[in-house]
Write a protein that binds this ligand. Structure first.
Ligand code: ADP
Ligand code: MG
Length: 391
């Protein structure tokens, strides 16, 4: 069992001008499951490989159990790692595959058998010990790969996109499997994924990276409820938070946001809860609201804040209706490259404001509607820095 601490960890590959990981500070507590998440190329694998000792550290200090290990060889760090492209020995049984690392390190046959049995129980592989990998499902093979890594009882367990080669259904299943195994073993774990849903469902804590720079490290709930900046706001949650241009007007006691042609009064409770807004009066701010916090006003008397919108498109999913709306103002790009890809390179901003309505909603395509917004759940960002306006 161990803590892992990255203090100012930086990596600049030779020949590169910019660091791939830039001054990263994260402390992982004993037994914690931390997920590193961010778009492809943001430095997740680089960060993990530095912890494993597979990549040299250009700057900063890495501690395992409070001991500085920058210059400790990978084998001496007592760390196990599972990669995206794990390979099992096809001619060996599950038991032999799992026991292999122990055989290499010269343990006795009895001790190996005991540890294989014990590890197989945790991973629920007991029934499959005599099978060969070819006769296992994808999920079982993944568990064998984990077993082979965990059998050495490492202090720290690292996983780099271990589910990306599995099909969507199995991926969802394995998420909860891996999280449950980690909890049973209580082993300090760092898990890397580019998939924010995976990160949010698996991690005790989620560390969001962009361009090698830490954006926010928090519990999934905090990330969702209180994103620190526009990037995290847009990256976490699906469909993504709507971010839109607005202008803050009013005086200390009563504030409104001007959204295109519409002027929307903010309830007193919202103004009271956000004193920091006062210094932005008269200025442009970016407002944000999640699709989940928008309602068909005809079905909801609870939320007095309204935005008028025209329905562009409806996606009826049975349990919900995703409405694509024009609220008369441009949406703002959060800087998430995956979203940019979706919206096409010609348009750098998302095209429509999305709202998740109840399946009982009767709004129609082309209709002008009133949308109710849960104003307590509005987010505000400084357009210059992208940082959340809080407090
Ligand atoms: P991620 O795992 O988040 O997709 P990586 O850590 O693999 O990101 O890469 C981060 C950045 O570092 C990328 O810009 C990538 O091109 C660069 N990079 C990764 N490995 C090397 C390397 N061996 N040499 C030079 N640049 C690299
Ligand atoms: Mg990677």
């Amino acid at each position: 069992m161990a803590t892992v601490e990255l203090k100012g960890i930086t990596k600049t590959y030779s020949g590169n001008d910019v660091p791939s990981v830039d001054d990263l500070n994260v402390r992982i507590e004993d037994g914690e499951f931390v997920v590193l998440v961010g778009p492809s190329g943001c430095g997740k694998s680089t960060a993990l490989r530095m912890v494993a000792g597979l990549e040299s550290i250009s700057g900063g200090d890495l501690f395992i159990d409070e001991e500085r290990v920058n210059d400790v060889a990978p084998q001496q760090r007592d760390i196990a790692m599972v990669f995206q492209n794990y390979a099992l020995y096809p001619h060996m049984t599950v038991a032999k595959n799992m026991g292999y690392p122990l055989k290499v390190s010269g343990l006795s046959k009895d001790e190996i058998a005991r540890r294989v049995k014990e590890t197989a129980e945790v991973l629920q592989l007991d029934e499959f010990l005599d099978r060969k990998p070819g006769n296992l499902s994808g999920g079982q093979r993944q568990r064998v790969a984990m077993g082979r890594a965990l059998i050495r009882q490492p202090k720290v367990f690292l996983m780099d996109e271990p589910l990306s080669n599995l099909d969507a259904k199995l991926r969802v299943y394995m998420r909860s499997e891996i999280a449950a195994i980690q909890e049973r073993l209580g082993i300090t774990t760092i898990y890397v994924t580019h998939d924010q849903v995976e990160a949010m469902t698996m991690g005790d804590r989620v560390v969001v990276l962009k361009d090698g720079v830490l954006q926010q490290a928090d519990t999934p709930k905090e990330l969702y409820d209180h994103p620190a900046n526009m990037f995290v706001a847009g990256f976490i949650g699906s469909p993504a938070m709507n971010l839109f241009e607005s202008r803050l007007e009013g005086d200390g006691a009563s504030l409104r946001i001007v959204v295109g042609e519409q002027s929307v009064g903010l309830p007193d409770s919202v103004v009271a809860a956000r004193p920091a807004l006062a210094s932005h009066v008269g200025q442009r701010i970016i407002a944000g609201v999640r699709p989940d916090d928008c309602y068909d006003a005809k079905l909801s008397s609870e939320y007095p804040v309204r935005l008028n919108a025209r329905v562009l498109l409806l996606e009826s999913l049975g349990s919900e209706i995703v409405a694509h709306l024009d609220v008369g103002v441009g949406l703002v790009d959060s800087g998430d490259p995956d979203l940019q890809e979706l919206s096409g390179d010609a348009a750098d901003a998302p095209t429509a404001f999305l709202a998740r309505f109840s399946p009982h909603s009767r709004v129609e395509k082309g209709e002008d509607i009133a949308m109710a917004v849960d104003a307590d759940k509005l987010h505000f960002f400084d357009p210059a820095s992208g940082l959340a306006i809080r407090g």
